[in-house]
Design a protein around this ligand. Structure first.
Ligand SMILES: *Cc1c(COP(=O)(O)O)cnc(C)c1O
Length: 426
């Protein structure tokens, strides 16, 4: 029996997270077993250049020696106690210093980070309602599974079965980059809104950056109304710059959520903010939040080593942006050459290639008609040439340290061939 058949027999859809099913690109999933730098190897021994990078965490490349060499030793020390350890303190000190926050609590995923930050915002403000933006994804907790990007966009189920309507009644959804919409909701539900949560650069409806003026006004209007602003930086944190993206926008959100990169590939999330708010958390304050494996020593050690390696390699961010610019230009030129309609969106090293006819891309409304069938064909043509991109249109391309200009140029060549093949098929 092949692996996918075995998987389907014991795991729903054969996968532990829907986007891995390759459903929206019309393929069976490919199973992987080995990785090295920019390369990943499937169970049949095929080698691919990877632009998924585990959806972000592998920013230093797969199995970076700065992290892996020490990690082997860590197994000789301890795996987990469920009791306090020094490395948790070290990680929190580094994390708060690098992100410009005062206190942090570690959790095990991005989903937990956003879910807990929202509970904290509600506990702190004594209000129940929240605002999120259409096309932004903040993990799969009940109240946030409303019009929430990638997985749910791809599968066309804007929310989910099993989420009581009474819970999502507390979630107001606004259009991304539309401050009037936010102001109207805040007026209509004045005194009732605890927080606004946003991806400052959306990465889960494809890459759609927020306007700087929009974020500034969002900060102003939330502050004026006693509403906490939460930046969901599970992707952007340590990805588009070292630390938080807040300095790019010249604003200070109240709470920050991190994940992906900060665990160095192990399951880690974090939420952070000022002492005054964070001290509302249990055991000091009345907002309950906990986790058996939270701050897991092995994950903390690998996360710490990843942050330290990034700290010593801050020029990496500029390099990744240059690679993204190079790849983006190549893609745009190939679209022109082949006459295929599409658009590249980018913020620093976060980038997407959309298929379809677009004007300006500012919100979910602008991308929702992207040609997912075309993306599926394109994806298959790239896989055929051993390049691994996200198996869905509404995702980002992730760059990493082991990508080189030569790899980018080979990717551009493969992209041109793929576009030509698609065109000939039509
Ligand atoms: C991935 C992601 C999450 C969820 O993180 P998980 O670790 O998958 O639970 C939340 N917010 C954003 C912006 C993400 O990209």
């Amino acid at each position: 029996m092949d692996l996918y058949e075995r998987a389907k027999n014991v795991i729903p859809g054969g996968v532990n997270s829907p986007v891995r099913a390759f459903q929206s690109v019309g393929m069976d999933p490919i199973f992987f077993e080995r990785a090295d730098g920019p390369y990943i190897y499937d169970v049949d021994g095929n080698k691919y250049i990877d632009y998924i990078d585990s959806w972000g965490p592998m920013i230093l490349g797969h199995r970076p020696k700065e992290v892996v060499e020490n990690a082997k030793k860590y197994l000789d020390e301890a795996i987990t106690f469920g009791l306090p350890t020094e490395v948790e303190v070290e990680m929190a000190e580094l994390f708060t210093k690098f992100t410009g926050t005062e206190m942090v609590r570690m959790v095990n995923s991005g989903t937990e980070a956003t879910m807990s930050a929202i509970r904290l915002a509600r506990g702190y403000t004594g209000r129940d309602m929240i605002i999120k933006f259409e096309g932004c994804y903040h993990g799969h907790s009940d109240g946030l599974l409303v019009k929430s990007g990638s997985g749910t966009l791809t599968y066309n189920s804007p929310s989910s079965l099993g989420v009581p309507k009474e819970i999502t009644d507390f979630t107001l959804v606004c259009e991304y980059n539309n401050i009037e919409d936010v102001k109207e909701k805040i007026y209509k539900f004045r005194g009732k809104i605890a927080c606004v949560i946003i991806e400052p650069v959306a990465g889960n409806m494809g890459v759609v950056p927020a306007d700087k003026t929009f974020i500034k006004e969002l900060r102003k209007v939330t502050e004026e109304n006693g509403i906490l602003l939460i930046f969901d930086e599970v992707i952007t944190g340590f990805r588009t710059q070292f630390g938080s993206i807040a300095k790019d926008f010249d604003v200070k959100p109240d709470l920050f959520c991190f994940g992906k990169i900060i665990g160095g590939g192990l399951p880690v999330g974090a939420f952070a903010g000022p002492r005054e708010i964070m001290n509302k958390l249990s055991p000091v304050g009345g907002v309950y939040q906990a986790g058996t494996l939270s701050g897991n020593p092995l994950a903390m050690k690998m996360g710490r080593d990843t942050l330290l390696a990034l700290d010593e390699n801050r020029e990496l961010y500029d390099k990744l942006e240059q690679l993204a610019i190079r790849l983006g230009k190549g893609f745009e030129e190939n679209l022109r050459k082949t006459g295929i309609k599409g658009k590249v969106t980018r913020y620093k090293s976060m980038m997407s290639l959309f298929f379809g006819d677009f004007g300006e891309i500012k919100s979910y409304n602008d991308v929702k008609n992207a040609d997912t069938k075309m993306y599926a064909k394109y994806f298959r043509a790239m896989v055929h040439q051993n390049f691994m991109f996200a198996p869905a249109q509404f995702e980002a391309i992730f760059f990493q340290k082991a990508h080189t200009e030569d790899i980018i140029d080979r990717t551009i060549e493969a992209n041109l061939l793929a576009l030509k093949w698609i065109k000939d098929e039509d």
